[in-house]
Design a protein. Sequence first.
Length: 250
Amino acid sequence: MKEEIIEEDIEKLMLDENEDIIHMYEPLKLDIDENYEYIKNEKFFSLFSNLVYYGIAFPVVTILNKILYDLKIEGRENIKNLQTGAISVSNHVLVLDCSMIGLAFGFKKVYFTTRKGSFEIPFVRKLIKLLRAIPIPTKMSNKEHFIKQLDEGLQEGKIIHFYPEKALWPYYEKIRNFKNGAFNFAIRNNVPVIPIIITFRNPKGIRKYFKKKKDVTLKILKPITYKDEYEKDKIEKLKEKVHKVMEENF
């Protein structure tokens, strides 16, 4: 299947909005139990993770995203004074969009929630663990521990990224429906939500002569905090507010 997806393709294929369009080879199995470390704080691991993240991955994906997408990042000033833990959210439209989000945050540590299946790909499973990926458990019996560890991370000041659209739809140019999970964490931990939108633009200059697919602009919007602790349906209303802001800035 071609990588670029347009609205007519979606309607024609009758795709489930929760279904990834690109499917990876996932021959291995990840066993997640009640003792699984979603956010690993062990000092040696953290040191090695930082070395791989900033010493290897960061410069590599900086160059790669510039070559492939002429990546432009806007709105870094909106997170410059961030002093607390936070939930960041974005549309999910490229295999490499997590690397773009990492570049956008720079030296602010961000953890990425991802499909459990990503941890079932040979070699990739080891690498993404070092790069702060967090597998989302599929069994209800493991979700309580997952929630507890992410709550602790947010209270410690960590930034945790979610894709509230859930599935990857390459080059899709609308904001799709959101799930509640990210906004539940934000409300429960009283932390802001940082909306991030990934948009596409036509290549310019010499790039337009040899590049068929569009280039990428990532925009960090102002953090959103839901302040009325007594109002009902807080999660739903925060979700709607973030969705509306992202649509308006798309």
